[in-house]
Write a protein that binds this ligand. Sequence first.
Ligand code: PLP
Length: 479
Amino acid sequence: MDETKKIFRYRFLAEEIEQKIMNGTYQPGERLPSIRKLHKQSNLSISTIYHAYMELESMGLVEARPKSGYYVNPLALQNLKAPRFKKVSFPPKKVRLSSMVNSVISAISNPYLLPLGSTVADSELMPFKHFSRILKDLSHADVKSMISYSLSEGLPELRRQIALRTVGVLEGITPEDIIITNGCMEAVALSLLAIARPGDTIAIETPTNFGFLQLLQELGLLVMEVPADPRYGVDLDELENIFRRNSIKACLLIPNFHNPLGALMPDDHKIRLIQLINEYKIPVIEDDISSELHFERKRPMPLKSFDQEDRVITCSSFSKTLAPGLRIGWVIPGKRLMEKVQNLKAATTVSTSTLDQYLVSKYLADGAFERHLRQLRTTLKKQVVRTALAIQKHFPSGTRLAIPDGGTLLWVELPPQVAGLKVYHKALDHHIAIIPGVVCSNSRQFENFIQMSCGTPFTEDLDRGIVRLGEIVSDLSRQ
Ligand SMILES: Cc1ncc(COP(=O)(O)O)c(C=O)c1O
């Protein structure tokens, strides 16, 4: 049998058992059928079953007990309770960022701290060797062409490669519909500049990516924070109420694998959201940066795939999948805003680094991206599950979290008396970086929340870090 078929077989079996563990069909502590028994009762080979069990063991979902067999981890993830959210909205408000934000940014970028707050995956998991080969193969003539400006909308080959990736996801996108940006943040910034003026109100999820709050503050925009469900994203009833009563210039949302919630908006919610924005004629800037990091087999659809009236502006980048430092992102502004966004791009940053664009377009053209993504998704899923299990084991009761269906982030609700900010400071004393939930909102909500990242390989050091965090949270919960 060819290798890929073998891989799929063991993954299918691992996924099937994983689902049965998650939905309680297999009980915590229960013994899995022996490899020999399963082999006899199915047409699966010993090696397929063995690999599937190993896969589940590496996720921490089962344990191998010497001379006894494989057992479901007694800590059952199905017992996890999702974090709660309050259905309260606030009037439009200027963004006043907590003074903590700069300290948090330097902590999560400090390479000497345990990176439990980073919002991107570790470079170790990225194809840096492939990039290195591309760089080595560059001729003098190549480099000569790359030290000049590229077109402000981007290198044609990179735009073509990105357009190719929209096949089956977004209908009818051509290279000319895409503008290359310096990361997803520039894509979002240009979209906001194209739509809104200082003093206008933007509806955002709460909590949200604190980078957005920084941007909205600097652009002089007001925000209306809309409550978001930690599993399904923005609350559409609240959003409709807000549309009815306020003048909203645009929404800025993260429907797929939200930062910091990890929430995934179901398709029927996306369809209703599109109906709402069409009814109220309000554009949505969607940040689709993490949707390639799905743990299920299918990629979640961007909001734009449901948009027939050209009201959704899609922003994304390769920061979560390839290389955050290359700063390669893109915006699909749609026909209404194309010219405006193009002019803004030319007038602000002129163009994106030609060399960085070349590197990414060559990498994509080499055809290794899909394989890398498959590997990355599997690794991240394992890291997410292991981190969630470790939190469940070491944090005190009253801690709540949900396992996301993709991405690298866990949104953790701590017992009510535990301030995430105190946890943040005490963790720093132990060289651990996390994100206190309070910086993810403009109205100082989420005081007893923290955001943790699973982008780093799950080593013993990391496990020890989570044990230490658990001790910090337990101590604070007793005070
Ligand atoms: C939701 C979201 N959007 C945007 C960004 C920033 O993206 P970029 O580095 O491509 O500008 C991040 C970074 O973590 C993010 O989580």
